[in-house]
Design a protein around this ligand. Structure first.
Ligand code: ATP
Length: 131
């Protein structure tokens, strides 16, 4: 049996697909891979990538998610995130510029917002394979 996967942001359904595997990074729980038959699960997402292995083959789909929640129940995986970007929609150069700005700000001792911006940029660059 395949997993039904829904990746949703407040504005839109980013992705709806069937998958053999979904891997996500949860706060406190690290990387977790979900296969069909997984026990019910609810977790808070880190700012990181989520990997979706399409049912029946094909390349993995990777997205950057910036917080949110993942729930798994009866082979339905729901990912709800304020910000979710498919790798194909990520502007790599923009993410590199954001990374540089954030690194400068962190070096200057700027606040936690700079560190959060750096985590967003890293998630985006990891999603596009640029890290
Ligand atoms: P930047 O400084 O480049 O705006 P940011 O991390 O501050 O980066 P966010 O506030 O997280 O940007 O996002 C603002 C909007 O821009 C969101 O809709 C987000 O999906 C989009 N976005 C941000 N960076 C990128 C990127 N590199 N590629 C595609 N969309 C992006």
């Amino acid at each position: 049996m395949a997993l039904q996967v829904e990746l949703v942001s407040p504005e839109r359904v980013v992705l709806e697909t069937e998958a053999d595997m979904v891997r996500a990074r949860t706060i406190g729980g690290g990387d977790i891979a979900f296969l069909s038959g997984h026990a019910p699960f609810l977790g808070a997402l880190d700012t990181a990538t989520i990997t979706i292995r399409p049912a029946g083959g094909g390349n993995d789909i990777v997205a950057a998610v910036h917080g949110g929640f993942i729930s798994v129940n009866e082979d339905v995986v729901r990912v709800l995130s304020d910000l979710a970007e498919l790798a194909a929609d990520i502007d790599t150069e923009r993410a590199r510029r954001a990374e540089e700005r954030a690194q400068d700000a962190v070096r200057r001792g700027d606040d936690t917002e700079a560190e959060a911006a750096l985590r967003r940029a890293h998630a985006r660059l990891t999603a596009v394979g640029g890290i």
